[in-house]
Design a protein around this ligand. Structure first.
Ligand SMILES: [Zn+2]
Length: 359
């Protein structure tokens, strides 16, 4: 279990427990994709075949690979769907393995290992997902049709990473949640050790010579870390990782929900969770008052209990309960709240089209 429960004995200082548990639950928003029936469409693609057509005959010949058949018959739309789903799920699955271990080991204070595990998911793999989000046709052309590794290699310096992040955030269409420059700096800025680029390099290499994060004289990277060093690494880790993880969940959901039949509006509930996570993480600053933020969202989700008819206007405690337990309860009779579609749609519109949740 990633989550720190009450009474667990862990090295991690108490002030980071909430950020750690937020990471654990954001991680769960991604793993549910692999075990909930809701996402089953991601593992199959329906291809309509006319009886006795050349294509149906090609499919009956099981020697050829399905992708090659689709390509040779110019069925590019289906090919794009199959590859988008397959690449996204495969890359995500690998990312999750690294992210799980990074968060779990950070809890134990083994920060050089934790940082070394952040590199692949957040600098390399996330960049592939962002490119699929921005223009999957273009990515699949480079990856599958051209197949030239240098054209989709995340480490290719010709890829304009800041521009990719900016376009990705624009595509997410959520106001105020992410700042492209910050996300770029955290992942790629080589001139600072405030981002994971410098720190993962230091974690992986005993000596680093680069200007932004050189090893100091008479030192070796990370191995002489004392308690104070570990404390400042925890401060940084639990600032950077929740933000990057939240952004990752949004990128992934934006790609996959195009294929999901979301009758029960799971995406809206996932967006509510992300909003709560951002309030818990950053709502304590002087400019943002978390109580006011919760009040604003609470009003937009106000719902009459279908059992006792109490008009529920949710507050911070209700939102935290929902974040951790996936349930809203009526404040009078304590039965689960059922939201109507209109309320959820209004919430979604407010999140994507206005600055309603900005203060
Ligand atoms: Zn009630």
């Amino acid at each position: 279990m990633l989550e720190i429960k009450k009474g667990d004995k862990v090295h991690l200082p108490k002030k980071h427990h909430e950020a750690h548990n937020i990471c654990a639950h954001l991680y769960d928003l991604l793993t549910e994709i692999f075990h909930l029936e809701l996402y089953s469409n991601l593992r199959l693609t329906n291809i309509s075949l006319e009886e006795n057509s050349i294509l149906s005959q090609a499919f009956s010949n099981d020697k050829d690979h399905v992708l090659d058949i689709l390509k040779s018959h110019n069925r590019n739309a289906e090919l794009e769907d199959v590859l988008t789903k397959h690449i996204t799920l495969s890359v995500l699955s690998d990312m999750l393995n690294f992210i799980y271990e990074a968060i779990n080991i950070a809890k134990k204070g083994k920060m050089s290992v934790a940082y070394s595990l952040l590199r692949k998911p957040f600098t390399d793999e996330l960049l592939i997902l962002e490119q699929i989000l921005i223009d999957k046709k273009d990515f699949i052309k480079r990856f599958f049709h051209d197949g030239e590794i240098s054209s989709y290699d995340p480490s290719n310096p010709k890829l304009d990473k800041l521009k990719i992040i900016q376009s990705s955030i624009k595509n997410l269409n959520v106001n105020l949640m992410f700042n492209a420059d910050l996300i770029y700096k955290l992942r790629y800025d080589k001139n600072t050790d405030a981002g994971i680029n410098g720190l993962t390099n230091k974690a992986l290499h005993i000596i680093t010579n680069r200007t932004g994060y050189p090893t100091e004289k008479q030192n070796l990277n990370f191995v002489f870390s004392n308690q104070e060093d570990t404390k400042s690494q925890w401060d940084h880790f639990y600032f950077a990782v929740p933000l990057l993880l939240m952004y990752t969940t949004m990128v992934v959901d934006k790609i996959i929900f195009e294929y999901v039949e979301d009758e029960n509006k799971r995406l809206v509930f996932k967006n509510i969770k992300r909003l709560i996570a951002s309030i818990m993480l950053y709502g304590k600053s002087k400019n943002l008052k978390s109580g006011n933020l919760y009040k604003t969202i609470g009003k937009s989700l106000a719902t009459k209990c279908h059992i006792c008819c109490n008009e529920n206007k949710f507050i911070g405690a209700d939102f935290k309960l929902f974040f951790y337990e996936d349930i809203f309860l009526c404040s009078k009779c304590f039965n689960p709240i059922h939201f109507n579609s209109e309320t959820l749609e209004n919430f979604q519109n407010a999140l994507t089209t206005s600055n309603k949740f900005s203060n």
